[in-house]
Design a protein around this ligand. Structure first.
Ligand SMILES: Cc1cc2nc3c(=O)[nH]c(=O)nc-3n(C[C@H](O)[C@H](O)[C@H](O)COP(=O)(O)O)c2cc1C
Length: 399
């Protein structure tokens, strides 16, 4: 089964006998690396205790829509935005009917209305309930609205009947849900991404650097991997673990980052320069630690660093080249200028003057600027934003 590292999954449980299998499903999702928040309908609580799911998920279980305390913690809109996927297992016939009609009369149905994340259902019910024409119409209608159905399976049922309507085994549900993250948009493509800051040495113990955390570049690497790409991540010094299924090259200075980029550029289809590369470096690196002198003022001589993204964009067989523009004013204007001047294909403009987004934040809002389009992407987590950016890049790059 594909890993679910860093995936944020809302596991919805509705009132059906198969709810006991949700405990195992929670364990499997957690075991694969996902962060799981469980939401139960009032009926589900009659079948399995929230305490069991709380213990297995490691998070408080969400039960009520109209609960001032819960709203003060992780409210329904926050939970809807938090989710990378809402997986509902078991999904009762009644819940499917409510979802199809657009009801928001409990926490789980409201979350489904409020989320932009994929909603995935594992129906579970008696075979006659599943065959019922209205349930069938609901299932078809939900699918046409983009909701995924996993199963149901066919076989012996808790009520003694045999037929379609059994909830799939938890392992099948977890595997199929995990596979849905693999979107295949960049299958067969080689993507090189730079991330994080660079460090420009002054002497053996000091350097000039910036506040880049690398989170955006690492999120882009994860999203590109999920889209099926073969990813090389060239990273400055950051405090982040290497994403799985990716080659990571650690560097320090802008010159090392350029060298690593050029070493990996052959057969590269897409180059995404998200690193915050120092524009200048000290002209000389002292061999020994610089001593404090008598002078009140110390002058540093800086020389220009190579422009990595412009160097890549100027290559004869250049890949589809994406740059980042971190600006504090006139963001779109500067981005358009940089796009043309550096001969890039796409630029992602970031307003780093806002404290709620940018460098060290987990969230970001950007404007995607291409030669024919200016597309603002509103505030969301860097991981969700990365998935949207990879969708846009995949659509724009030559196939
Ligand atoms: C013992 C028992 C078992 C049930 N099992 C199921 C089931 O497997 N699937 C289903 O769709 N409904 C089942 N129901 C009916 C649902 O619990 C009922 O439709 C409920 O309103 C669903 O609420 P919910 O969708 O908000 O969780 C069962 C009811 C009882 C009393």
């Amino acid at each position: 089964m594909q890993r679910l590292t860093n995936r944020q999954i809302v596991l919805g449980i509705t009132g059906g006998i198969a709810a006991y299998k949700s405990a195992e499903l929670t364990r499997l999702l957690k075991g694969a690396g996902a962060d799981v928040q469980v939401v139960m309908t009032p009926a589900a609580v009659e079948f399995i205790t929230p305490l069991t799911l709380q213990a297995l998920s490691g998070n408080p279980v969400h039960l009520h829509l109209l609960d001032p305390e819960a709203e003060a913690g992780m409210g329904h809109i926050e939970l809807a935005k938090w989710a990378d996927m809402i997986l509902i297992a078991p999904a009762s016939a009644d819940f499917m009917a409510r979802l199809n009609s657009g009801h928001g009369n409990d926490l789980l149905s409201t979350l489904c209305l409020a989320t932009e994340a994929p909603v995935v259902l594992a129906p579970a019910m008696n075979q006659a309930m599943w065959r019922d024409p209205q349930t069938q119409a609901n299932a078809t209608s939900l699918q046409t609205k983009g909701i995924r159905l996993l199963g149901p399976g066919v076989g012996e049922q808790a009520c003694g009947d045999t037929g379609p309507g059994r909830m799939l085994d938890p392992l099948d549900i977890a595997s199929q849900a995990a596979a849905l993250f693999d979107r295949g948009l960049l299958t067969g493509k080689r993507v090189v991404i730079t991330a994080g800051p660079t460090r420009e040495a002054l002497d053996p113990v000091r350097y000039i650097s910036n506040h880049s955390s690398g989170k955006m570049g690492y999120a882009l690497a994860e999203a590109a991997i999920d889209a099926g790409a073969q990813v090389t991540l060239i990273s400055g010094p950051v405090n982040l673990p290497a994403p799985q299924r990716c080659q990571r090259v650690m560097v320090e200075s802008a010159e090392q980052m350029l060298a690593a980029s050029l070493e990996n550029i052959d057969q590269c289809d897409i180059f995404i320069a998200s690193a915050a590369v120092a524009d200048y470096r000290p002209s000389a690196v002292a061999e020994h630690k610089l001593k404090k002198g008598k002078e009140e003022i110390m002058e540093l001589h800086l020389i220009k660093n190579p422009d990595i993204v412009a160097t890549v964009a100027a290559l004869k067989n250049k890949p589809f080249t994406v740059g980042f523009a971190a600006e504090t004013r006139d963001v779109v204007h500067y981005a358009q200028d940089k796009l043309t001047r550096k001969k890039l294909d796409l630029i992602i403009a970031n307003d780093v003057s806002r404290s709620d987004i940018g460098f060290n934040s987990d969230d970001n809002a950007v404007t995607v600027v291409s030669h024919d389009q200016v597309q603002p992407l509103p505030l969301c987590s860097k991981r969700q934003l990365a998935a949207k950016l990879i969708d846009i890049i995949a659509a724009k790059q030559p196939r």
